[in-house]
Design a protein around this ligand. Structure first.
Ligand SMILES: [Zn+2]
Length: 279
């Protein structure tokens, strides 16, 4: 029996189809293989436990058949799966220390990024028609000529870990730093991770090892790229699901945290702050 509700992606009210949060066809690493790679990278590596929302095999019924089968399944996922296959094959042969990084040829970055955005949107239990980051991601996925909204950034990094994770709407901040919180969401499954974020104002959140690919996400969904991803340093396995040691994360469906007065200000001041943020 299928549920009738609005689709997270196209917002049409129709029957939902059940699908895997991580598309089937992405490499599922063996524990042993991952451990070998981790020891090559850093013999002293001891994995820490992070917060992972989605695990392999989790299914959700948040997309309509058209978005599931045509938009993601037929148009976008093949580019993502092909990049994952290339990356997994590269990881099989990589030997550390490695010079020059890992090169992937013929990557359709536009479709890879749109596939990731589509799967992240499928994560929400309810569609959020007016939430600004979701509106921007939906448009990016559905309109192949729109390109990525200029307020958003697209990141990719090597992720040689066996835990899969997907998380939306984390707002990172550092105590005492005069930067806006950085909104970020991430899609992580061996051996690559991707993230969408707002502008990275705070240099603390510009992680060595993470590649900002925003400039290469053009509105041309046929364009192919050669990507060179440095194999070192490896980004922390918990990024961005754990806070900076001197910071924190606020989760929630809107970034209204900045509208809450830190101390009880006069009403007129509080309202000004809120209006400014919502503008
Ligand atoms: Zn749909």
């Amino acid at each position: 029996m299928s549920v009738i509700r609005r689709c997270n992606l196209c917002l049409r009210r129709t029957a939902m189809t059940e699908d895997h949060l991580f598309p089937q066809g992405l490499a599922i690493p063996g524990q042993r293989r991952v451990t070998q790679i981790l020891h090559q990278i850093n013999p002293n590596y001891r994995g820490r436990q992070g917060t992972f929302l989605a695990q392999n095999g989790v299914k959700k019924a948040t997309l309509c058949a058209d978005c599931n089968n045509r938009v993601l399944g037929t148009e976008l996922d093949p580019a993502l799966i092909s990049l994952y296959r290339a990356a997994s094959a590269a990881m099989e042969h990589i030997r550390y220390p490695v010079a020059g990084g890992v090169i992937f040829e013929g990557v359709n970055l536009n479709r890879v990024a749109r596939a990731v955005a589509g799967h992240l949107l499928a994560l929400d239990d309810v569609p959020r028609a007016t939430y600004r980051p979701d509106r921007r991601l939906r448009r990016f996925v559905l309109d192949r000529r729109s390109g990525l909204h200029p307020a958003l950034r697209f990141h990719m990094w090597l992720y040689p870990f066996h835990k899969q994770g997907m998380f939306k709407d984390l707002n990172h901040f550092e105590f005492g730093a005069k930067f806006d919180p950085m909104w970020i969401c991430a899609f992580k499954t061996y051996p690559l991770a991707f993230g969408f974020s707002t502008e990275v104002q705070n240099p603390t959140f510009r992680l060595p090892g993470s590649l900002d690919l925003t400039a290469h996400i053009t509105a041309d969904d046929e364009q192919l790229f050669h990507l060179r991803l440095m194999a070192l340093p490896i980004v922390d396995s918990n990024w961005p699901f754990a806070p900076h040691p001197k910071g924190g994360i606020v989760t929630g469906m809107n970034s209204s945290i900045t509208t809450e007065p830190y101390v009880r200000a006069k009403k007129s001041q509080a309202r000004t702050a809120k209006d400014a943020t919502c503008a």
